[in-house]
Design a protein around this ligand. Structure first.
Ligand code: P6P
Length: 334
C-alpha cells in the first residue's frame, strides 16, 4: 500500500528551502497545480463515458474548436489557482486576455503569475490518445499589491521560476522544475497520491527519434527538409525512427526518456510555426534545459526571446542537445 517512493508532498517540503524566494508560496502553487491535475485527470479518464466529448460549440482565440474538456480543464485550473489566493494573474490558451486576481484584501501580496495550456493536444481527446497540461510560472515585475499588467506576462522564458506539465497518458504524471533539475511524479489513482517515480530526469545527449508532422514537408524551409532527409539517410547511427503523437507533452516526455528531437518549424502555411511561446515553448524549454537538453527556434535560444504578445507563436526545435544542434546547423547552412 505505501510505496517506498517519496510523495510529491514530502518532496515539496524537503526542497522548499532550495527555492530562493521560498516563502512557501511556490510550494502552495505546486500544491494547487497538483489538486487541479487530479480533478482534470478524473475528467479526462472518464471522458469517453459521459457526454463530455465533442466541441463546446465555441472557438477560442486560436480559431480552434474548443473541446468540452479544454473548457473544463481551463476552468478547473483557473478556479483552483484563484481559490488558493497564491497568484495575482493567470493567462491561458483558452482565454483571449489575461485574468487579474485581486484577493479579498485590497493590498494582496501575491507575487506570481501563471500561464497555462490547460489541455494540449486537444485534437487527440476524442481518439483516446494522451493529452497534457502545460504550466509556466513567473514572479510579477509590477509592484506587489497593484493589479497585474500585460508586462507581468510578457517576460522572456529565462525569468521563469517554475514550469512543468501533467501528462494524462497510460499513467498520469506531473513533471516539473523550479530551476533545480526536473522530477517526475506518477499518480496512484487509487489513493490520489503522486509518487516520485522519475527523479532528476535528463535528456540523453543524443537520440534516434525525430518528431515532426511530415505532412507539412513540402511547406518547410529548406534547412528543415535537409535535416529530415539527414534523419532518414542510411549512414552511421541513422536512419532514425519517426514518432509523432500530435501531443507536444507526449512527444517531449518520450524524447526526454529515450532521447530525441521534436520540431514544429515555421512553414509557408504558418510563418511563425504553430506552438505558442508563452505557455507551450517557454515552459518546455525551461524543462529541456534543466534536463540537459536544448530548445531553440532553429537559430536562437527560446528562453531569450522577448515576447510581444500573449498568444504569439514561434518555431520550436527541442530535445537532446546534440540533435538540436545538428538541426540548427542545417538551418544556418540553408
Ligand atoms: P499538428 C496540439 O494542438 C499541438 O499544440 C501540440 O501538442 C502538437 O505537437 C501539435 O500541436 C500538433 O500540431 O499541426 O501537427 O497537428
Amino acid at each position: 500500500m505505501f510505496s517506498k517512493h517519496k510523495t510529491l508532498g514530502e518532496f515539496i517540503i524537503e526542497n522548499q528551502t532550495e527555492f530562493r524566494y521560498s516563502t512557501g508560496e511556490l510550494s502552495k502553487l505546486i500544491n494547487a497545480i497538483r489538486l487541479a491535475a487530479k480533478v482534470v485527470n478524473h475528467e479526462v479518464n472518464k471522458a469517453g463515458l459521459v457526454d463530455i466529448l465533442g466541441t463546446a460549440g465555441d472557438t477560442n482565440i486560436q480559431g480552434e474548436n474548443q473541446q468540452k474538456l479544454d473548457v473544463l480543464a481551463n476552468e478547473k485550473f483557473i478556479q483552483t489557482l484563484k481559490n488558493r489566493e497564491i497568484v495575482c494573474g493567470i493567462a491561458s490558451e483558452e482565454e483571449d486576455d489575461f485574468i487579474s486576481i485581486n484577493s479579498q484584501d485590497e493590498n494582496h501580496q501575491n507575487k506570481y503569475v501563471v500561464l497555462i495550456d490547460p489541455l494540449d493536444g486537444s485534437s487527440n481527446i476524442d481518439v483516446n490518445v494522451s493529452v497534457g497540461t502545460i504550466f509556466s510560472v513567473y514572479r510579477r515585475v509590477t509592484p506587489v499589491g497593484t493589479p497585474v499588467t500585460l508586462e507581468d506576462f510578457l517576460q522572456p522564458g529565462k525569468n521563469q521560476v517554475a514550469a512543468g506539465y501533467i501528462i494524462y497518458g497510460t499513467s498520469t504524471m506531473l513533471v516539473y522544475t523550479t530551476g533545480h533539475g526536473v522530477n517526475g511524479f506518477t499518480l496512484n489513482p487509487a489513493i490520489g497520491t503522486f509518487y516520485l517515480s522519475h527523479p532528476n530526469m535528463q535528456f540523453p545527449e543524443t537520440g534516434k527519434i525525430y518528431s515532426v508532422n511530415e505532412g507539412n514537408y513540402i511547406h518547410f524551409p529548406q534547412g528543415v527538409k535537409d535535416y529530415i532527409k539527414y534523419c532518414q539517410k542510411e549512414e552511421g547511427d541513422r536512419p532514425y525512427t519517426s514518432r509523432y503523437i500530435g501531443s507536444l507533452v507526449s512527444d517531449f516526455h518520450r524524447n526526454m526518456i529515450k532521447g530525441g528531437i521534436y520540431l514544429y518549424p515555421k512553414s509557408s502555411k504558418a510563418q511563425k510555426g504553430k506552438l505558442r511561446l508563452l505557455y507551450e515553448c517557454n515552459p518546455m524549454a525551461f524543462l529541456a534545459e534543466q534536463a540537459n537538453g536544448k530548445a531553440s527556434d532553429g537559430f536562437k535560444r527560446i528562453m531569450e526571446i522577448q515576447p510581444t504578445e500573449l498568444h504569439e507563436r514561434v518555431p520550436f526545435f527541442c530535445g537532446s542537445k546534440k540533435m538540436v544542434e545538428r538541426a540548427e546547423e542545417f538551418m544556418s547552412d540553408s
